[in-house]
Design a protein around this ligand. Structure first.
Ligand code: SF4
Ligand code: SF4
Length: 494
């Protein structure tokens, strides 16, 4: 019982916090190995995409842009706006279910390989630490040493490089939000002309600088919501970075010239000293682990040296380690997959049927019909036209199912690109053509003379006319009466 409590004691503390409660600075040893090489190469590709994407344009417009302030988004060259909110909601739900599904199968693979925090921290800033200050031991020594000329030079160089990279990263982030053209204007024009843009740039620079120079791994351990959710997203079948305790235990130091009866773990703690979150993976899956693969490479190097098979620490599930067989399609994964499929189908259908023009026509609230000259009746309508394209649109409204007139109030203008235009219009019908109080009307929306959309609404007419026969009906009735009278007279004569 006491042993069990002791073995679980690591759960009562964080690897980055001293017993006193103070922050414990982590000085991880530089990892080397096949996974680190692969991750560095992959990080390089991601950084090229991150910094290069804002420069890619399609027909003069950004390929990707996330202008959250103005609620304008460009995804793969297509513009989306506030009117596409339902798509955004659906895409978010789909993404959340995808994260659940992906994590249930592959654990925190995203954190180790794709998350910008890990990419920048481990593949950019940590490398600068090693380059400027030396290995993990030299970094600790430098930090604990008094301020000398060498320390000032090294720290100054490091802080300057950190600042430049943070500044570039802030520019890159702004380019994703406002587009490279708007960013170029901010960068090239005098500061006083772009106080807002300049302030945003400096705030982002300060934030990145603070995160990478000081906050570091705490972003993953204390702040990241995805990290906090691991406890409910993972299960025993999820593939994580795991220590094979079946093969490794009981751990024991390697002793020369003795017969070894212990497990393969020689308790060298190489997997611990490389860990950037300060944990010992041999304690099992922990929330602090960002799946950076450093401990796999460290342990593989040790296994190579002691001539044991690699993979004492590897990608595997708890069940996989216990039973040597992995089960991916668990009921939970199948359930998530079905929901994901339904959501993806819905999203695809909505995206394929999405129109580049949104038009709503509604009778102006509180308005009844108006009697006009020449026996005409009019209704007033509110019309909203949303142009989702990058070009101005010449939109025309025609009445399709009735003889009448459509009169726009004010000057007819093109709808500006990616903007909404609100206008009012009168529809006039002949009083004699109105046979009911609520007449259904159908409008055709035409762009450059081509019908692109149809809208149905209603037209209010005079109630008293509802039961009155029309002029044509009256003439028909009179003709019938005359015909009947003539018939009677003829019969009498005969
Ligand atoms: S690196 Fe491998 S052998 Fe060394 S302590 Fe870690 S698990 Fe054991
Ligand atoms: S336990 Fe291993 S994979 Fe997890 S953070 Fe530490 S070094 Fe990276």
């Amino acid at each position: 019982m006491a042993d069990a409590a002791e073995s679980e004691s690591f759960r009562d503390s964080l690897g980055i916090v001293e017993k006193s409660g103070a922050r414990k600075w982590v000085y991880p040893k530089e990892p080397k190995g096949r996974f680190t090489n692969a991750r560095n190469a992959f990080s390089g590709i991601l950084l090229v995409i991150l910094f290069g994407m804002p420069f890619i344009k399609v027909n003069g417009h950004p390929f990707m842009m996330f202008d959250v302030l103005n609620r304008k988004f460009i995804l793969f060259g297509s513009a989306f706006g506030p009117q596409d909110f339902y798509l955004l909601g659906l895409a978010m739900i789909t993404t959340i279910v995808f994260i659940f599904l992906f994590t249930a199968v592959f654990g925190r693979l995203f954190c180790g390989w794709v998350c910008p925090q890990t990419v920048f921290m481990e593949s950019v800033f940590r490398k600068i630490d090693y380059w400027v200050e030396g290995d993990h031991k030299a970094q600790r020594t430098l930090n604990e040493s008094p301020w000398t000329g060498v320390k000032v030079f090294r720290k100054g160089t490091k802080y300057l490089i950190y600042f430049v990279i943070s500044f570039l990263t802030a520019n890159m982030l702004l380019a994703w939000i406002i587009g490279i053209d708007a960013l170029t204007v901010i960068v090239t024009a005098p500061v006083q002309e772009h106080i807002g843009g300049f302030t945003a740039m400096m705030l982002f620079t300060g934030l990145f600088y603070w995160i990478f120079i000081w906050f570091r791994e705490q972003a993953c351990i204390l702040v990241c919501p995805y990290g906090r959710l691991q406890g409910v997203l993972l299960d025993q079948n999820s593939i994580v970075i795991a220590y094979d305790n079946v093969r490794g235990e009981p751990r024991e130091f390697l002793k020369r010239n003795t017969v070894r009866n212990a497990g393969d773990c020689i308790d060298c703690k190489e997997c611990v000293v490389v860990c950037p979150t300060g944990i010992d993976i041999r304690n099992g899956t922990q929330l602090e682990c960002v799946n950076c693969t450093a401990c796999i490479d460290a342990c593989d190097t040790v296994m190579d040296k002691i001539k044991k098979p690699r993979g004492l620490i590897r990608y595997d599930s708890v069940v996989g380690i216990k039973t040597s067989s992995r089960k991916i399609f668990t009921p939970r994964v199948i359930g998530y997959s079905v929901v994901q499929l339904v959501l993806l189908t819905l999203l695809t259908v909505f995206l394929l049927n999405r129109s580049e023009l949104d038009v709503t026509i509604l009778r102006t609230p509180g308005m009844f019909y108006q009697e006009q000259q020449n026996e005409m009746v009019s209704n007033l309508y509110d019309m909203k036209i949303v142009n989702k394209t990058f070009e101005p649109m010449d939109v025309e409204v025609r009445l399709l199912n009735a003889e009448g007139e459509v009169k726009l109030l004010g000057e007819k203008k093109d709808v500006p690109p990616q903007e909404a235009m609100l206008t009012k219009m009168f529809v006039l019908l002949k009083k004699d053509d109105i046979s009911m109080m609520n007449t259904p009307l159908q409008f055709g929306i035409y762009v450059a003379g081509k019908e692109v959309h149809r809208i149905t609404t209603s037209f209010l007419g005079p109630v008293e006319k509802k039961h009155e026969p029309s002029k044509q009906k009256k003439e028909e009735d009179r003709a019938t009466e005359e015909h009947q009278e003539e018939g009677k007279r003829k019969a009498e004569r005969e």
